[in-house]
Each structure stands twice: as structure tokens, then as C-alpha cells.
Write a protein that binds this ligand. Structure first.
Ligand SMILES: C[S@@+](CC[C@H](N)C(=O)[O-])C[C@H]1O[C@@H](n2cnc3c(N)ncnc32)[C@H](O)[C@@H]1O
Length: 406
């Protein structure tokens, strides 16, 4: 009988039940059935099918609203550089969309980054869209507890928030840049106009869809973008725009893609406005493999792990999982374990849908560095996807303690 609810959620919001696990759906249904005072599952399902407001309440209960400020620091830094360039090149305000925006941390982070980059408020507009009415209410209130502040650098909080006894209130200047509305990624043209966005952030939701729905959602976003518009997705979603005709912007860790065609060289070097200085990627890593006949004479020269790992990262950002995964395994074989390598292997396995290996690798990263924030955050999300809410909660507790400790 629970299959009926799964089918309804798939139809309505594109959710693939397997992505979060049947037990997570059963839990949400139990919560809603009790809230509605329905004695049996059959009674609840009858009510659910007839009531749009109950469908919304179930959606609010089942979605994963996990988000935080500057969750995607590299993507936001890259976006700020691109938006500044585009604003001056086109002479018109830039329009950005955060879909899904959850409780608002992502679109507000974009707004803070653009104001920090020196753009005047009238030079850009941001729409924040989500399927969850509950999350949108929180976004509009713009009052945040410590879970929203998990990034390493929290200096933005001093500039753009006022401390209150219960948390931090975002100031009006940032709030005014974002307009929130309910909307559905499966059917966004019902509420949004085609061809109206320069930049879309669609991060960390496509992982909850099956492949056909993922393709459909990316195609919908394509219709919302201007012809040379850019799409930013989550690190583990980077293969999806590529299979729908997007070109990678080749910006490390940003998972940024341009609608259609090849990316011209000039566009590959967006001016990075706030980005921390980065060490450039090595030209092309030389795999530490002997040419033809191995014949090791002496002890092999020590190989610096960083360039190979940078290459794994680069391939992962391009969505080239088929190349990134073997290279990462090769690194493990040749250079031995490291936290960063295990974390990357976790991300890659996650992106390839291999949740068991992803879990193992994140765990190994945490064995080497028990407070590695990204591994904690990703493993928590994975446990949640697999229906283990308690395990996810315990990991988030560790993450919070790590963040409070600084
Ligand atoms: C994990 S959050 C991601 C938030 C933010 N983009 C980030 O990366 O931090 C996923 C969000 O997707 C929303 N969502 C799920 N299905 C959706 C759909 N069909 N249309 C719009 N939003 C959806 C959920 O309500 C939830 O807020």
C-alpha cells in the first residue's frame, strides 16, 4: 500500500523512493497519518489522494532540506566572478535562480557574494524556488541557528547578520535581493518564464530523482536559461548536465556548465572576485607509470600525491567518473591512503550510485580525520538517503561539535 504513496510522490515531486529509502517514506507517512487522526494507512491514503493540502504537508515532511550558508564555496566564488563579467559585458541586470533553495541559505549566500563583489543591488535579482512551503517560510523569516553556519570561514556572518538571543537574523539589504516562491522542478514553467535566467543553481536535488526524471529536470532548466546561460549542480550530480548537451566550464570544484556547445577559452577564466588564491592545476599530470618495460632498477622516486589528486578532482568536476574512479584507485595503490583520497573516492562512488562503497570510503576518511567536515556532511546525507535517520543525526551532531570547536 505504501507503493501508492511512493507513486504519488514520484508523480508530484519526482522523488525516487529508493534514493531516501522506503523506511524514510514510511516514517513520513506515519507522522502525517497520526497528525491527521487517521486510524489506518488505507484511511490516510484516501484522504491524501483527495486533499491538495495534505499532499503538500506530506511533501514538507518527506523532503530533505539539508543546506547551509556557502555550502558550495567554490561554485559561489566562480559565480560571482562570472556575474560581474556578464553584468558589465551585457549592460543589463543579471537574473539568477536557486532551485531548490530550501530554507534560503543558498540564494542568500549568492546575494552576499555578489554584494561583496561590489555589485549594486539593482544589478542582479535572485529567485529562490522550492517545493516545500515549510522551508520557504523559514527562508522568508531569514533567522538562522548554528546548523546554517557550517563553512570554515564565517566572516560573512559578522558583515551581514545581527546576533539575536536565538540565532542570527539576516539584514534587510541581503533579504531584499531574493524573492521566494513555491515551484516544482518537474514543472517549473508553470510558475517561471522560459529563457529568463542567466545563472541557475540546481544543487543537491537531482540525486533524489531516477535517471529519466533527472534528464527531464535538466531539460526544464535548459528552457529556463538564456541561450548562453550557466547551470551549477552538486558535485555528485556533475555527469547529468553533460549527458544533456551542456559543456563543462572546467572550474575546479564548481560543477558549472554552459548551455549547449563548447566553452570558448576566454570563458574558462572567469575573474574570481572573492576567491581565495589558489594554486593552479598542474599542466597535465604524468601518471607515475613506467613506459614499456617496467624493470624497476632503484627505489621509485617519491610521487607527490597532490597533483594526481587534483587531477582526480578535476575529472570528477567534469563528470568524467569513468576516468576519475580508476585514477583514484590507482592513486590509492601507488601512494597509499590519505583523508583527501578516501573522501574523493567516497564522492565518486556516491556519484556513481554505489552507496555501499561511498559509505566505506567516507568512513575511512573519517577514520583518518574523525572531524573532516565534508566527509561527515556527505556520510550523514548518505545515511539519510538509506533511511538511517538516527545514524545521520549522530553524524550531524559530530559535525556541529566540530564546527563549534572551530
Ligand atoms: C538538500 S536540499 C538542497 C538545497 C540547496 N540547493 C543546497 O544545495 O544546499 C533539497 C531541496 O530540494 C527540494 N525539492 C525536492 N523536490 C523538489 C522539486 N520537485 N521541486 C522543487 N524543489 C524540490 C526540497 O524541498 C529541499 O528543500
Amino acid at each position: 500500500m505504501i507503493e501508492q504513496v511512493e507513486a504519488l510522490l514520484k508523480r508530484r515531486i519526482g522523488l525516487d523512493a529508493e534514493s531516501i529509502g522506503r523506511s524514510a517514506i514510511e516514517h513520513a507517512v506515519r507522522v502525517r497519518r497520526v497528525a491527521c487522526g487517521k486510524a489506518s494507512l488505507a484511511d490516510y491514503i484516501r484522504h491524501l489522494e483527495d486533499s491538495a493540502s495534505e499532499q503538500q504537508a506530506l511533501v514538507d515532511t518527506v523532503v530533505v532540506p539539508e543546506t547551509w550558508f556557502f555550502r558550495a564555496r567554490e561554485a559561489i566564488d566562480a559565480m560571482a566572478g562570472i556575474v560581474v563579467d556578464r553584468r558589465f559585458r551585457t549592460g543589463r541586470p543579471q537574473r539568477l535562480l536557486s532551485l531548490p533553495c530550501s530554507t534560503g541559505e543558498e540564494p542568500y549566500s549568492i546575494a552576499m557574494a555578489l554584494l561583496d563583489a561590489g555589485l549594486a543591488p539593482e544589478m542582479f535579482h535572485i529567485d529562490g524556488i522550492d517545493i516545500s512551503a515549510r522551508s520557504l517560510n523559514a527562508a522568508a523569516a531569514a533567522h538562522y541557528g548554528r546548523n546554517a553556519f557550517r563553512s570554515d570561514d564565517l566572516s560573512f556572518r559578522d558583515r551581514w547578520f545581527e546576533a539575536t538571543p536565538a540565532g542570527h537574523q539576516l539584514i534587510d539589504r541581503v533579504r531584499a535581493q531574493v524573492r521566494f516562491a513555491i515551484g516544482n522542478l518537474i514543472d517549473p514553467l508553470k510558475t517561471l518564464a522560459a529563457g529568463s535566467y542567466d545563472i541557475i543553481f540546481c544543487r543537491n536535488v537531482l540525486i533524489y530523482f531516477d535517471p529519466a526524471t533527472q534528464d527531464h529536470a535538466v531539460d526544464m532548466l535548459t528552457r529556463l536559461l538564456v541561450p548562453d546561460g550557466l547551470l551549477f549542480v552538486g558535485a555528485s550530480e556533475a555527469s547529468l548536465p553533460l549527458r544533456r548537451g551542456y559543456a563543462s566550464m572546467r572550474i575546479p570544484m564548481a560543477a558549472a556548465f554552459r548551455k549547449g556547445g563548447d566553452v570558448p577559452d576566454a570563458a574558462l577564466k572567469p575573474r574570481s572576485v572573492k576567491a581565495k588564491p589558489r594554486v593552479g592545476l598542474p599542466p597535465r599530470p604524468v601518471p607515475a607509470r613506467p613506459a614499456m618495460a617496467p624493470a624497476p632498477i632503484a627505489r621509485p622516486a617519491r610521487v607527490d600525491p597532490a597533483p594526481l589528486l587534483d587531477e582526480v578532482q578535476r575529472l570528477a568536476d567534469l563528470g568524467r567518473l569513468d576516468e576519475a574512479l580508476p585514477l583514484a584507485r590507482d592513486c590509492l595503490h601507488k601512494q597509499g591512503p590519505s583523508t583527501r583520497l578516501f573522501y574523493l573516492l567516497g564522492l565518486l562512488s556516491d556519484a556513481a550510485g554505489d552507496l555501499q562503497h561511498a559509505t566505506t570510503y567516507y568512513r575511512k576518511a573519517l577514520y583518518l580525520d574523525p572531524s573532516h567536515p565534508e566527509a561527515l556532511a556527505h556520510l550523514a546525507l548518505l545515511r539519510e538517503k538509506m533511511g538511517d535517520k538516527a545514524g545521520a543525526g549522530a553524524l550531524r551532531g559530530r559535525l556541529n561539535r566540530r564546527l563549534v570547536a572551530g
